[in-house]
Ligand binder design. Structure first.
Ligand code: CA2
Length: 142
């Protein structure tokens, strides 16, 4: 069975507590549970990981080599700042899909640049929780 790693970056543990007009009313646990149910239907195995720390995310990506067939990542604010996460993705040789809950291109200018997009297979931005599900469907091959 295909194994897919799902990584959520800084402050996404706060989903559902503030800014529902931007990020919706779902908590991170809601998203992860929805993904687990959908993974069963798609016949893939998933592992969910969230961290507020750049180095932990870099380590998780590096450790995914030979263990996962795909990575779905919402790097959150690190999208716009992290050369370290970009380099980790570029070196791990696992396809990565970048997901954003909000449409980063309709927000502040500083969110329009992604360091991650050039090393990702693709990017889904602005479709809410559905973006994670579409990325998982892509990796399932169904
Ligand atoms: O739209 C997305 O998914 C983002 O990756 C979310 C990041 C933001 O920095 C990116 O530009 C776009 C922010 C995540 C913080 O989420 C919060 C949720 C609730 C309350 C406070 C923060």
């Amino acid at each position: 069975m295909k194994k897919i790693l799902i990584i959520n970056g800084p402050n996404l543990n706060l989903l559902g507590t503030r800014e529902p007009e931007i990020y919706g009313k779902f908590t991170l646990a809601d998203i992860e549970n929805t993904l687990k149910d959908f993974a069963k239907k798609m016949n893939v195995e998933i592992e969910c990981f969230q961290s507020n720390h750049e180095g932990e995310i870099v380590d998780k990506i590096g450790g995914a080599k030979n263990n996962f067939e795909g990575i779905i990542i919402n790097p959150a604010a690190y999208t716009h700042t992290s050369v370290a996460i970009r380099d980790a993705i570029a070196s791990v040789e696992i396809p990565v899909i970048e997901v954003h809950i909000s449409n980063i291109y309709s927000r502040e200018q500083f969110r329009h640049n992604s360091f991650i997009a050039p090393v990702a297979v693709g990017q889904i931005s602005g479709l809410g929780i559905k973006g994670y599900l579409l990325a998982l469907e892509y990796f399932s091959g169904k």
